[in-house]
Write a protein that binds this ligand. Structure first.
Ligand code: GLP
Length: 246
């Protein structure tokens, strides 16, 4: 079932998304959170930090598994997803460092690292909630448009459109990594609940296509239509503009 939660602004969407996570954690203090990076979850993370500092929620028994990491960026590189998570969430809340997990983008053997990450995900017994952003091309995690849906963690080649989109965070386009390690679509679908955050006019077409178009690996997010549980979509007015027109 897909539930769309409308917000007028991105800020409001972030607060509502944080409310979804807070409910999961309040019901299950040792919940497993599948976490995402990108600009979309930033407002949600800021609100979760506020709630934690205000004593409204605790992450002391929470575990996290992130979706993905760039290949070639060390943890302390300011564009690595590890850095992003620490900077925007982990360093400001009471989660234990040893309970947080991301793929290692500088592992000597990326294939072995994918296997290690599969084992980490398996050992968690499934995310209680999986947070997702959506790429301009419909990617979830770094699962790019393809002929097939992937199951497990994989070493993926980023498409030109993703490299273009993410180049805004790097000094030059050449510095954007061309590969990533990403949790697979099958692992995302094994979560108990999905929270998809889509903000801004740039996501309006792909959001409509994902939620109302054909289910196809050419639009990875479209698989969410087959999700067994609840998919909560927290989106702002701009991201919902195409859906509203139909
Ligand atoms: C990256 C991440 C995705 C994210 C996407 C959209 O490519 N790997 O997980 O959803 O960007 O990013 P943004 O939220 O900044 O639009």
């Amino acid at each position: 079932m897909i539930k769309i939660i409308y917000s007028k602004t991105a800020e409001e969407a972030g607060i509502k998304a944080a409310g979804v996570i807070a409910e999961v954690v309040k019901n299950k203090p040792d919940a497993v959170l599948g976490l995402a990076t990108g600009s979309s979850p930033l407002g949600m993370y800021a609100e979760l930090v506020r709630m934690n500092k205000a004593g409204e929620i605790s992450f002391k028994d929470v575990k996290s598994v992130n979706l993905d990491e760039y290949v070639g960026l060390t943890k302390d590189h300011d564009q690595s997803y590890s850095y992003f998570m620490h900077h925007n969430l982990f360093d400001h809340i009471d989660i234990k460092e040893e309970n947080t997990n991301l793929p290692n983008g500088v592992a000597e053997d990326p294939k072995a690292e994918c296997k290690r990450y599969d084992a980490v995900i398996e050992s968690m017994g499934g995310d209680d909630v999986q947070v997702l952003g959506i790429g301009n091309n419909g990617h979830i995690g770094f699962n790019e448009p393809s002929d097939v849906f992937s199951y497990g963690t994989g070493l993926v080649d980023l498409t030109d459109s993703t490299i273009d989109a993410n180049s805004r965070f790097f000094a030059t386009r050449d510095l954007v990594p061309t590969q990533a390690l990403s949790m697979g679509v099958g692992q995302i679908m094994a979560a108990k609940k999905i929270l998809l955050i889509a903000l801004g006019r740039g996501k309006a077409e792909i959001l409509e296509k994902s939620l109302f178009g054909d289910v196809t690996p050419k639009v990875p997010a479209s698989i969410l239509r087959f999700f067994k549980g609840e998919v909560v979509v927290c989106a702002d007015d701009e991201a919902l503009s195409v859906i509203k027109e139909k």
